[in-house]
Design a protein around this ligand. Structure first.
Ligand SMILES: [Zn+2]
Length: 275
């Protein structure tokens, strides 16, 4: 079975905003062509700590990246390093904090934006350091990596929702428009990804409150969506109860067909319905 897997990581996209705006994704769930979950994000609901949680499957107190001031590389097994161990190719179009966690630190905006050296856990990368980097550019970067390198594991990490959320708050026209915009991009790209045999996972790092902040322990800041499109998982709407964000890393390993990290939750215990 094809093991190639795409992870779309939307920065700061709330569960309710995604549900209200993601017409195509909701259509796919309505027609039983994918699975949807409600994920309770880990805390602190901050960027660096949660990126590390998503890729290692570990809570913040275990992986040690406790704040955005932690400018250092990951010390734990993560989905990128597990791919490399299994001789698979990795790529990411992402914010530079992913480069710092998995490739090299400190990130230099002129030297490290395009990464092809192959000595980090992300083999091929295109990184950005401006939070208002437009989503249509980001998904174009990802498509360049996908078509050019055919990576086994590819991450698209877009930031527009987070940017407008901080500037105008959730429940603003600008925040909702940015969610709507990215879901339209996904509606344009996903049919080809699926036709070419990719597993597709779409989730978010954390949410956003009406003050334009995330970091704390409220549903607005923690509840995020998880969509899975893969023959290796059961289709359906599984949103009555929330599952843990620690499920994302073992899910990705399951889809990639590799053994999960030693400290990750076994996929059978995550609440995700696998085939
Ligand atoms: Zn943010």
């Amino acid at each position: 079975m094809n093991r190639k897997t795409i992870l779309v990581l939307l920065d700061a996209c709330r569960f309710d905003s995604m549900t209200e705006n993601a017409g195509f994704l909701e259509h796919m769930i309505e027609y039983n062509k994918g699975a949807k979950y409600r994920v309770k994000g880990e805390i602190p609901s901050l960027s660096r700590p949660i990126y590390e949680t998503i890729f290692t499957g570990l809570p913040v107190s275990e992986h040690g990246v406790t704040s955005n001031f932690h400018s250092r590389m990951s010390c734990c097994e993560n989905v990128f390093s597990l791919c490399i161990k299994n001789e698979m190719t990795t790529a990411a179009a992402a914010h530079f904090w992913l480069s710092e966690l998995y490739n090299c630190v400190p990130y230099h905006p002129f030297h490290d934006r395009f990464y092809w050296r192959g000595d980090g856990a992300i083999d091929h990368g295109i990184f950005y350091s401006d939070d208002h980097y437009p989503d249509n550019y980001l998904y174009g970067d990802g498509e360049f990596l996908r078509r050019g390198y055919q990576p086994d594991f590819l991450v698209y990490h877009s930031m527009e929702i987070d940017y407008y959320g901080h500037k105008f708050g959730a429940h603003s026209k600008e925040y909702e428009s940015s969610v709507s915009h990215v879901t339209e991009i996904l509606a344009a790209l996903m049919p080809r990804w699926i036709a070419e045999g990719y597993n597709v996972v779409i989730t978010s790092s954390y949410g956003m409150n009406d003050y334009g902040m995330h970091g704390g322990d409220t549903d607005e800041q923690r509840m995020v969506p998880l969509y899975v499109f893969s023959p290796k998982c059961k289709n359906g709407r599984f949103t009555d109860e929330s599952i843990s964000q620690l499920a994302v890393a073992p899910l990705l390993c399951h889809l990639l067909g590799i053994e999960a990290g030693e400290k990750m939750i076994p996929i059978e215990n995550t609440g995700i319905h696998i085939e």
